[in-house]
Design a protein. Structure first.
Length: 324
């Protein structure tokens, strides 16, 4: 039996706990070192789930003293860049929460840095591992349903109710608000399933009393003239999403995490849906078993560009051209 890989958990809040639980469930890796800039968060995670893990007061001390193979990076976005580079210098494989970095230039720096060295870097875009989205990608890119005509994405969450007093309500850290935070998963799903780049955007956004964007309505044109409509409701009363790709011969629709197909006036469950996974399992599949990296660092760029275009269009009241 292969030995378990030793992981450092950088950032021990909600997502640090989620990734820890997934590593424990998988069994191929274990968290042996913890660091959070707010020490009590690391102490709490150690107490609850990791009694044998060491807690460090700085990232530098963790990297100097812990025997690590990999790390998971999940603090606020503005810390990602420096932490990825520091871990890369130690040759660690990395799973980094989204967004990869807080500016486009920093993302490009990380993409270049990782592509010219051995360590694996994967971004934590969840929907790339859900069976429904993986099946939609397979079906759309097979071409069997004809050309894509339109894409619609409806996204609701009780997000605003949870951000008061947190970094998510600070535009200096969470520059995209709900659209750039939880909404980035939905934006990435559009690129992942279709492979189509975005060209132009008309958008309006609203903060609803918060310091960052909470809601948004987006109309975009993608490569080949494909139309994209997205809405983001970050102050809803529930969590949910609908994602539809309207092709020439069928509509593929994800509703309540189930995949449906509509054709010739009939709607039915889609057969042969791929199994669910998650970023931790996918990261270990790539690291241990040599499977493809489903969320390489370059996938962060189109998400960043579309998010920035949404914010620009709303702020200036005009169409934003992506690539200007």
């Amino acid at each position: 039996m292969k030995r378990q890989l030793n992981f450092g958990m950088i950032g021990c809040g909600r997502m640090g706990r989620v990734h820890t639980e997934r590593l424990q469930a998988d069994g191929r890796g274990r968290v042996t070192a913890l660091f959070d800039t707010h020490r009590p968060m690391a102490d709490r995670l150690q107490h609850d789930l990791l009694p044998n893990a060491a807690v460090f007061d700085s990232l530098a001390s963790m990297l100097d003293e812990a025997d690590l193979d990999a790390a998971v990076i999940c603090p606020p976005t503005t810390a990602h860049y420096d932490q990825v580079l520091a871990c890369r210098e130690r040759g660690l494989h990395l799973l980094c929460e989204k967004p990869l970095a807080d500016t486009r230039n920093r993302m490009i720096d990380l993409i270049i840095a990782i592509n010219f060295c051995v360590p694996l870097l994967s971004v934590g875009y969840q929907r790339r591992y859900w069976g429904t989205y993986r099946t939609v990608r397979r079906e759309v890119q097979s071409g069997r349903w004809g050309d894509i005509r339109m894409i619609t994405s409806h996204n609701v969450e009780n997000w605003q109710q949870t951000i008061d007093g947190t970094w998510r309500d600070d535009p200096a850290i969470n520059w995209g608000g709900f659209i750039g935070d939880a909404g980035s998963h939905k934006i990435d799903a559009v690129f992942y399933t279709t492979g189509l780049s975005a060209q132009s955007v008309w958008a309006t956004t609203e903060r609803f009393g918060s310091h960052v964007e909470v809601g948004g309505s987006v109309a975009a044109r993608k490569e080949g003239g494909v139309l994209l409509n997205m809405d983001f409701v970050g102050n809803a009363q529930d969590l949910g999403e609908d994602f539809h790709i309207h092709c020439q011969h069928a509509d593929l629709m994800i509703r309540d995490r189930k995949l449906w197909i509509a054709r010739e006036g009939q709607i039915e469950p889609f057969p042969d849906v791929l199994p669910d996974s998650n970023p931790v399992v996918g990261f270990l599949d790539a690291l241990v078993d040599g499977e493809p990296n489903l969320a390489p660092p370059e996938c962060a760029l189109p998400v960043y560009d579309l998010t920035q275009a949404i914010l620009e269009s709303s702020a200036k009241g005009r169409i934003a051209i992506i690539g200007d």
